[in-house]
Design a protein around this ligand. Sequence first.
Ligand SMILES: Cc1cc2nc3c(=O)[nH]c(=O)nc-3n(C[C@H](O)[C@H](O)[C@H](O)COP(=O)(O)OP(=O)(O)OC[C@H]3O[C@@H](n4cnc5c(N)ncnc54)[C@H](O)[C@@H]3O)c2cc1C
Length: 434
Amino acid sequence: MTLPASAKYLVIGAGVHGLSTAWHLAKEQRTRGEEPDVLIVDKTGVGAGASGIACGVVRNNYFQPAMSELMAANVEVWEQDPEAFSYHPVGYLALGAASQVSDLTAVHERQARIDYPSELIVGAAEVARHMREMFPDWRAQGVEVCLHEEKGGFANNMASMHGLAAKAEEAGARLVDGVRVTGFEMDDSGAVTAVETDRGTVAVEQVVVAAGPWVKSIWTMLGLPNTLDVRTPDGTVHADQEMWTYWYLQEGEIDVDPALLSLPDGSMPPVLHVDSDAPLYDDEGNFVTDELWGNYFKQDLHGVQGGAAPVVVGHEFEVDPYPTASVQADFADMWCASLSHCMKRFEGKRATYKNVRSGGVGCFTADSFPVFDYMRPNVYVIADSNHGYKMIGVGREVARVLSGGESGLLQPFRYERFATGDLHPVSNSPYPWS
Ligand SMILES: Cc1cc2nc3c(=O)[nH]c(=O)nc-3n(C[C@H](O)[C@H](O)[C@H](O)COP(=O)(O)OP(=O)(O)OC[C@H]3O[C@@H](n4cnc5c(N)ncnc54)[C@H](O)[C@@H]3O)c2cc1C
């Protein structure tokens, strides 16, 4: 498709956020009786970024009230058309060590208040009983609490992105692949008048940045600051903090019959996320770690897939070609040991670990939570801090804001929070995103 000379809305990036925003913008325009004028450009194509390689887990479990409320809205969108989104509403299990009982209890209580159905089980014996009803060979130690979310689950990454792209195009958005944004023309107010690309310039009224791990390069093109002062809720100001930090998400897969992880009745199990402080050993009895460790896993198309804690790779990172690197050398040992620690069925499965490039880099903000905000008078940035495959509904909220409405769900994620100290509370989880 040729690149049009102008667009009312130009969306950069055909991942979950760009596609969802374009879909909802086109629908909003039709509702107003206008012909949709939404253009999505991607330097590669649909799902070429993080959305196309994500593990695909959709959960609500967040310690931060604003995240939890936003996730409930995202699940509503996943549930609108599970088939088109290749979405499996199998539920989600979060299991934690003693240090996480209070966090997960708080999450459960909030979920009850917002009518997000979940069950809380506390106590090692009670948790083991609950887990053995689903997985008779459950044997994890150091697990004192379980939050069982009835909703959520996972979706198949590429299939869901193609389903979302089809929805955007059916609604009237245009998608042009192979177009790299290289710069912006701005007026004196800092508003973008045209977007420069390697295939020509497009005059625009509004721009949406949904560039995933490439956000820093677009942010820099917009002349936005890569360091900032961050005020914490106690009033302390931390000067000159880096706005962006790259983390490598470690994921892998074992090549087994997916049914290995089925429930006793043969059905698909919930997604599991286990954090434990029990010493971890591999199947040969070799010591792995005695620090709090975490893993997550799910039944996949060709095996069992999941991951473990991510690693920081710095404030600068060459994101292309994507995915850029591979997991740490000891990841496979750790992840397979943790699977076997949880269920006997995984004993000896280290040999089936697929030695392929896996995981990918994510770009996290200064407080590891999303920034959803206008960063120039007509440029809306969706920087999800790597929380976001599950956030299919953010585009709906952004479209509402771009159409002149308001979104209470997005309000807590404004950039201004770094200056005002309205940061999100931090949990006891070993992950930067819980
Ligand atoms: C290994 C891994 C596993 C993950 N697992 C989960 C999970 O289980 N659940 C979950 O909720 N989240 C998960 N995430 C996070 C999630 O994938 C991301 O937060 C989300 O996909 C980001 O979506 P996006 O639309 O912002 O960006 P992306 O999907 O990365 O899309 C950005 C697009 O922008 C395009 N682009 C970039 N620069 C330019 C440019 N200059 N011009 C034109 N186009 C450009 C790229 O080609 C790309 O297609 C995971 C992330 C990783 C890396």
